[in-house]
Write a protein that binds this ligand. Structure first.
Ligand SMILES: O=C(O)CCC(=O)C(=O)O
Ligand SMILES: [Fe+2]
Length: 333
């Protein structure tokens, strides 16, 4: 039963989680995610931003998002995963590839399902309700440091249990492994201009990261470590209970470690801002979202959400139409 999603609400068990305005102390072992809320602010959005800036990740309790319909999301996620595994949904992350583009052949198994908001997905509206959720967007704008009117639609994908154990190497999403320390720092000191999150529909302990590494170049140990090093100094595993949301800086040093015996359906989203100009174009458009965003319709949305979503979609379409050929972050890996 512990793999069933909960319904939000205040949860005494959400140890590593922000229960704003006061964090719960952690009773988990040191290798778990620590309680990383700073309580210097009474403004919950600001407090979450401080934690993200300091540690490079922050875990939010399910109780902060009461409008997420976890039951509907779980049912839709199960249908999508089934379609993806059986070759009926072509947008997939396939083993053993780490980065886009992924071949559309699921025969070696999948670890992700792409484009949950694609208009041809019969469940796209269910996913859209969580992506364009009013409260989520407030956190996203606060974390990016922009107004809600500046938000840009980006990606909504799902990370799922592979059929065999699989892992991603240590990486930063937008700094290549061959970067010199100077190049790393140069990139890391620029604002990220987006927010990225994992919303777990089942308990999920797949994301491993080194807190604070989003602000510094790799140490010699990190640089020279095996790409799949199981015990990087100071690494932690982010433990999410179903319904919890982890925001993380996508340039934190991190990896995914996937257990084929444990169900995983974790919604993996990102939202950007017009402040980014064309900086986010490659990271976003390499996933192919530019190809269908234009066709996205808002039938069935409640009016407030439709209005927000339309504005966010327009900005994505604009980015696609002005960016030309963006290429890929790491095409052959
Ligand atoms: O599985 C995860 O949560 C992390 C995935 C990841 O690092 C990536 O897709 O770049
Ligand atoms: Fe990543």
């Amino acid at each position: 039963m512990d793999e069933q999603p909960d319904k939000g609400g205040i949860k005494g068990s959400a140890k590593a989680t922000i229960q704003l305005p006061v964090a719960q102390p952690s009773a988990k072992p040191a290798s778990s995610s620590p309680p990383n809320i700073t309580t210097s602010s009474n403004d919950p959005y600001k407090a979450v931003r401080e934690s993200l800036d300091l540690d490079g990740f922050v875990v939010l309790s399910a109780s902060l998002f009461p409008s997420f319909d976890l039951e509907a999301l779980c049912a839709a996620a199960a249908r999508m995963t089934e379609a993806a595994r059986s070759g009926q949904w072509p947008y997939i992350r396939t083993l053993p590839k780490q980065f886009p583009p992924w071949p559309q052949d699921p025969s070696q198994g999948i670890w992700g399902v792409q484009h949950l908001l694609h208009p041809s997905n019969p469940d796209h509206l269910t996913f859209a309700k969580s992506y364009f959720d009013g409260e989520l967007l407030k956190y996203v704008a606060a974390l990016i440091g922009c107004g809600e009117e500046d938000l840009t639609m980006e990606l909504y994908n799902m990370l799922v249990r592979p059929d065999q154990d699989f892992s991603l190497r240590w990486h930063r999403d937008d700094v290549v492994a061959t970067a010199t320390p100077e190049e790393e720092l140069e990139r890391l000191k620029k604002p990220g201009h987006h927010a990225q999150w994992n919303l777990a529909l089942y308990d999920d302990s797949s994301l491993v990261l080194v807190p604070g590494s989003h602000k510094r170049a790799r140490t010699d140990t990190e640089r020279n470590a095996d790409p799949y090093e199981a015990h990087m100094p100071n690494q932690i595993t982010v433990h999410l209970k179903a319904g919890e949301v982890a925001f993380y800086n996508n340039n934190i040093l991190h990896r995914g470690v996937y257990d084929s015996t444990k169900e995983r359906m974790t919604l993996h989203g990102s939202i950007g801002t017009t402040l980014a100009g064309s900086e986010r174009a490659r990271n976003v458009l390499q996933h192919g979202v530019g190809e269908w965003a234009k066709e996205y319709d808002f039938d069935g949305f409640e009016p407030g959400m439709a209005e927000r979503a339309k504005k966010m979609r327009e900005k994505l379409v604009y980015m696609g139409s002005t960016s030309g050929d963006v290429g890929f972050f790491s095409k052959d890996e």
